[in-house]
Design a protein around this ligand. Sequence first.
Ligand code: ZN
Length: 210
Amino acid sequence: MILQETIDKIFETTNIEEVVGDFVDLKKAGVNYKGRCPFHEEKTPSFVVSPTKGIYKCFGCGKGGNSVTFVQEIQQSSYPEALKYIAQKYNIEIIEKEISADLEKRNSDKESQFIATKFACKYFEEMLWDTEEGQKIGLSYFKERGFSLEIIRKFQLGYSPKKQNSFKNIALAAGYDKKVLISSSLIGENDGGESYDKFRERAIFPIHAY
Ligand code: ZN
């Protein structure tokens, strides 16, 4: 495990415009930088990097975060891998601590849950926008509550279909571990060991950690 002091040093040293600038052509725009988003197709730049806040935000697809999440996202790497990548860029020595197998397992469980939740978020989003049921029930509900389409996209709101176990079946077919789906509270399990979708015919509001 990478020591917290090392992580702090990485965050202190990093200039987000330099990290992002290795992947995106950025132009100065006032106190910020602007470029074409690397996470979705676009002709006019709506991807903004703020050096003072140390964050990026795309006003097209809603993606946002800090230097480390940017590297994770663009390289499809884990949190420690992204930290190591940035440390190398700035010649920061990585100090690691041995951790118990138990803690290591807990960390990797957490990461698996994070990946499964992200998959679920995308699935519910697709169900909202790309199915008749989602548009008729979910989207019209959000509109009724006064959310603009832009806000619905930005916060990745979604819809879970009425059909029993539609998420579970897709997630299992995509190779997600049932245990991880249960520990992420995406599916439940009854006493008979039968698993089922936790969300059915529901509007979905994902919680974003940044
Ligand atoms: Zn974007």
